[in-house]
Write a protein that binds this ligand. Structure first.
Ligand code: SF4
Length: 221
């Protein structure tokens, strides 16, 4: 049975995706293959962060104890955990709504053919992250209306590029599309103005709720 490097678990509200605002049990895993300029979980990505090695059975038990229907697998990059498919399958089989917050650089196809399919909230990292070259546009073909794509925008040029990608891949016909500001880099009102200017009917502004409810640096929320 697989084990997982877990850096924290907690219950809070989902801050993003189509279940934003609903309670969720968060399982945060160690490690990421990217190094975004604005990363707010760098601490979880280091080799030295304290972790607990948890089995599928232990994580399922935790879910049952918490009694929360939504389970969000996050990081870091949760899909880098070698046995993550086993955990996804075990949780989905018990009827939990499993959402994967993934960074756009890991192939999703292997996970769409699982016996139980989770939901993906896939980031598309733009220029301000320094990581756009790592994005895998072929992942878009794996997405459905149960998933979503989140463009993390830090500037006007990021917004322009996001529209290019949305248009090129016909994304709004495939899944919900969100524009989410890099906290402190661009004002949400600027994004709304841009959406009005471009008449972006099927794109949604999404704020990282926890940054507005709690101290933006606070962990475990
Ligand atoms: S993908 Fe996410 S966790 Fe990884 S460096 Fe970027 S913001 Fe941080």
């Amino acid at each position: 049975m697989g084990t997982f490097s877990v850096v924290e678990t907690f219950v809070s509200i989902n801050g993003e995706g189509s279940h934003a605002g609903e309670l969720a049990l968060f399982l945060r895993f160690q490690g990421c293959n990217l190094a975004c300029s604005f990363c707010d979980t760098k601490w979880a990505n280091t080799d030295t962060v304290p972790t607990e090695q948890r089995t599928v059975e232990q994580l399922v038990q935790l879910a049952q104890q918490e009694g929360v229907h939504n389970i969000t697998l996050t990081g870091g990059e949760p899909l880098l955990q070698p046995d993550i498919a086993e955990l996804i399958t075990a949780l989905c089989a018990l009827g939990y709504h499993v959402e994967i917050e993934t960074n756009g650089s890991v192939p999703l196809a292997p996970f769409t053919s699982l016996a139980f399919r989770p939901s993906f909230t896939m980031d598309y990292k733009l220029s301000c992250s320094g990581m756009e070259s790592h994005m895998l546009p072929e992942n878009f073909a794996c997405l459905t209306m149960n998933d979503s794509v989140k463009f993390v925008v830090g500037s006007r040029s990021d917004l322009e590029r996001a529209v290019e990608v949305v248009t090129e891949h016909g994304l709004t016909a495939r899944c919900p599309v969100y524009f989410s500001p890099v906290f402190g880099s661009i004002q949400p009102a600027e994004i709304v103005d841009f959406m009005k200017e471009r008449n972006l009917n099927r794109v949604r502004l999404q704020l990282q709720l926890h940054k507005y409810i709690w101290d933006p640096q606070k962990r475990g929320v």
